[in-house]
Design a protein around this ligand. Structure first.
Ligand SMILES: [Zn+2]
Length: 66
């Protein structure tokens, strides 16, 4: 299975059997880090490494209810 890097459009081959949700992959072309946010369907989201300084201040609410 392959997804396309949102940064450089490079196809990234991901073996869904070998990754877990929350795992981070790296684009071989541009080095962008992509977090596996969903396995079915396979979905990757860019990890904004430089913007994570305030993460510890983010209030964690239980957003399970919908
Ligand atoms: Zn890329």
């Amino acid at each position: 299975m392959a997804v396309v890097c949102p940064e450089c459009d490079n196809p990234i081959t991901v073996d869904a059997d070998e990754v877990e949700e929350g795992e981070t992959l790296q684009c071989g072309e541009c080095g962008l880090e992509l977090e596996v946010v969903s396995l079915d369907p396979l979905e990757l989201a860019p990890v904004d490494v430089t913007g994570y300084d305030d993460e510890e201040d983010t209030p964690v609410a239980d957003e399970d209810e919908e």
